[in-house]
Design a protein around this ligand. Structure first.
Ligand SMILES: Nc1ncnc2c1ncn2[C@@H]1O[C@H](COP(=O)(O)OP(=O)(O)O)[C@@H](O)[C@H]1O
Ligand SMILES: [Mg+2]
Length: 385
């Protein structure tokens, strides 16, 4: 087959009932006709554009994306140059298809039909989201030293201050007592903060056993329902056949407690607020270990979702870094700790967030006889980045 024949055949796949082949692709693929009408689209594109092919066919692509969108310019460029153009990290979000929608775009001409352009979108990749967590781990390490120092330099004088305030309390008049109370309360708060940071400086190898994640999640759910999430709805969506995870049970409890607490704080007192805890088995998920040929399997997926307002855009790139908070009394250590614990376990965490849907997704290795060595290799290699 000549290259021209091959290209014609590809165009035929797109224009006839061929999308069934393209439907197998996870990325949206669209064929834009010379007059700008969307002529054909695969299933991923229907989901992405929030619109069926039959409706799409009646509209030009400009009806779906904002005026002046870089995508329209890109299509023009492909037509003019008659050659493929790729562009990375383009936000093509709009009220119609949702925003932000940051994607990599591959746009190519169709030789058999001058003016027609094939588009493929790749939503920002998993690898990039994982990168974010890995960068944050460096930041977490800088907290390590700081935490150790703070523990010594701050906790000792604090206990002195607290003791002195309690002594004073006995001799001051009624009207000044709130002041001594304030001193003790605030010192307690600082001690608690330092205690939480000390976790970062704990470099001992973690003690792990096969853990049934659902036992951990039930416990977290009960704690939440009897405490901070008393008036909120928590929905369980579990895959009961999920194998054990090789982990430290206490640390995992801390992870989900932090995530559920954030979800709870995000929805606040919204009357339709919902927190969803989900588990699933995804045997196809594999991650390459940087610097090696090795690939580890991360088939266990745990997510915590909420329908709160979402993570602010400008926070997203720093989400897992320590001291990042938007809360008046927040420490900004919750997610940094979550990322550290998950990383130490050879897992990864990522976050997807839009208004009314925020999802923290954790991928972990399953327990097998080789788990011990595999996760250690991964934790070591990722840790060295
Ligand atoms: N489920 C969520 N929805 C919206 N924003 C969130 C969510 N989880 C975390 N965040 C944002 O990330 C920030 C950091 O969270 P975290 O590290 O737990 O610290 P803290 O809860 O003390 O602020 C929060 O202040 C909040 O802005
Ligand atoms: Mg928090």
């Amino acid at each position: 087959m000549s290259p021209q024949d091959a290209q014609d055949q590809r165009a035929a796949i797109l224009t006839s009932d061929g999308p069934s082949i393209l439907d197998a692709l996870p990325h949206p693929v669209l064929l834009v006709a010379p007059d700008g009408v969307i002529e054909s689209a695969n299933m991923a594109a229907e989901i992405f554009m929030r619109c069926s092919v039959s409706v799409m066919r009646r509209h030009p692509i400009s009806a779906f994306i904002p005026f002046g969108s870089p995508l329209l310019t890109l299509i023009e460029q492909v037509r003019e140059r008659g050659a493929a153009v790729n562009e990375y990290k383009v936000d093509i979000g709009s009220p119609k298809i949702g925003s932000p929608k940051v994607v990599d775009i591959n746009a190519a001409p169709v030789a058999a039909r001058p003016g027609a352009v094939v588009l493929m979108f790749q939503e920002r990749t998993m690898a990039e989201k994982i990168d974010r967590q890995l960068t944050s781990r460096g930041a977490a390490r800088t907290v390590t030293g700081l935490a150790a120092m703070l523990a010594h330099e701050i906790k000792n004088p604090l206990s002195g201050i607290r003791g002195a305030a309690q002594l004073l309390e006995q001799s001051v008049g009624e009207e000044d007592r709130p002041l001594t109370q304030l001193i003790t309360d605030e010192t307690d708060r600082i001690v608690k903060l330092v205690d939480r940071m000390e976790v970062f400086s704990d470099e001992r190898p973690i003690e792990r056993t096969p853990v049934n994640i659902h036992v951990v999640l039930d416990h977290v759910k009960r704690l939440a329902e009897n405490g901070f999430a008393r008036n909120q709805r928590i929905i369980e969506d579990y895959d009961p056949s999920l194998p054990d995870v090789f982990a430290n049970k206490d640390q995992l409890t801390q992870v989900f407690l932090n995530l559920v607490k954030n979800a709870s704080e995000a929805i606040g007192d919204a009357h339709d607020g919902e927190i969803r805890i989900r588990t699933a088995f995804r045997p196809g998920v594999r991650l390459s270990v940087p610097g090696t040929e090795h690939r580890v399997s991360l088939p266990l997926e745990f997510s915590v979702e909420d329908n709160g307002p979402g993570v602010p855009d400008d926070l997203m790139p720093h989400l897992f870094e320590p001291f990042i908070t938007t809360k008046i009394n927040g420490s900004g250590l919750g997610l940094a700790l979550v990322a550290k614990i998950i990383g130490d376990h050879g897992g990864v965490i990522e976050c997807d967030s839009h208004p009314r849907h925020t999802r923290f997704r954790i991928l972990m290795p399953a327990f097998t006889d080789q788990t011990e060595t595999e996760t250690e290799t991964l934790a070591m290699n990722l840790g060295g980045m």
